[in-house]
Design a protein around this ligand. Structure first.
Ligand code: ZN
Ligand code: ZN
Length: 319
């Protein structure tokens, strides 16, 4: 099979036939090994995925700050000063557990490779190894010089082609794609839940404090307490709306086996669509269980520690 029989096109710019080997970064042919981009830190022969985008890093830090702010107000302004022990204990356990799950989902979304295509693999040797049939069309991304699989799109922030790219989200400082979409869905779900919980707690706190005219209602002065609570309510309303809409959109996309980019571009599906539960199983793994809500799934703590210490032989945490 000769490579001259292969037509290699760019999906977006429709480049002519590729002169294989030209315009290709050298020495990076690797089909099955995850290759970190210029923004990924190498550790041994594996990588920890982290996008060094200043806007994304600021937005991700703001997300953490806002969740920790909500934790502070809920725990120190509302629950700890409360005289009802069981009310404080049960609500504190529920709110703090959901907040930990939200932050863990955020970290997993941010630090998981979203499905990056090996960079610069559009070489003559690699194309020949694909054993393509005459007339079979494959696509090359001119920006990262990789062979673009079906449903992959190039992200200008990650500077990589991402499999089943849904969108790039600065709040998680990463692309949402084939391998981290489940964590992103969990992130939106847990943020929506803690926002709703914070709103309910704030409402009850206002109601009970007004009854006693803010006497012994909180360790803070009434003015400071009201300001902290008002800001928490505004934050919770904003994030509840935003994440609930995003969660619904994501579940709808998964159940229709269609990414946000495909929906916006109105692409006709050339792939076999996995609808409803099959779509959910493809993203969350099967069979359906409460483990779908677990953001720690597939996390190997010992290997993660080895990876962060940069020891050779450490493996990236699997998805
Ligand atoms: Zn690309
Ligand atoms: Zn991206």
């Amino acid at each position: 099979m000769q490579s001259s029989n292969h037509r290699l096109r760019d999906m977006e710019q429709h480049h002519p036939l590729l002169s294989a080997g030209s315009d290709v970064e050298s020495g990076s042919l690797s089909a099955d090994v995850m290759v970190g981009g210029p923004h990924a830190h190498a550790a041994g022969n594996r990588t920890l995925w982290f996008i060094q985008d200043s806007c994304g890093m600021v937005c991700a830090s703001i997300t953490w700050f806002l969740v920790l702010y909500a934790e502070f107000v809920v725990n120190f302004v509302m629950l700890l000063p409360s005289k009802n022990f069981w009310y404080s204990l049960l609500n504190g356990a529920a709110f703090n557990s959901l907040a930990v799950l939200a932050l863990a989902s955020h970290l997993r979304t941010m630090l998981t490779d979203p499905g990056a295509v090996p960079k610069g693999n559009a070489t003559k040797e690699y194309m020949e190894s694909l054993q393509l049939k005459p007339g079979e069309v494959i696509y090359k991304c001119p920006k990262c010089c990789s062979i673009k699989p079906e449903r992959a799109h190039h992200c200008s922030i990650c500077k990589r082609c991402i499999r089943k790219m849904d969108h790039h989200c600065p709040w998680v400082n990463n692309c949402v794609g084939e391998k981290n979409q489940r964590f992103f869905v969990l992130f939106t779900m847990y943020i929506a839940l803690i926002s709703a919980h914070a709103l309910a707690l704030s409402g009850m706190h206002f109601f009970s404090c007004i009854k006693v005219q803010w006497n012994e209602c909180s360790d803070f002065s009434p003015g400071v307490s009201v300001l902290l609570l008002i800001f928490l309510c505004l934050e919770a309303i904003l994030f509840l709306t935003f994440t609930a809409v995003m969660f619904g959109t994501q579940i709808h996309s998964i159940c229709n086996d269609e990414t946000e980019i495909e929906r916006l571009k109105n692409e006709k599906p050339t792939w076999e669509r996995r609808m409803r539960w099959d779509g959910m199983k493809a993203v969350f793994g099967s069979p359906p269980s409460v483990l779908w809500c677990n953001p720690f799934t597939g996390l190997r703590l010992r290997r993660l520690l080895l990876l962060t210490q940069g020891r050779r032989g450490g493996s990236e945490f699997s998805v």
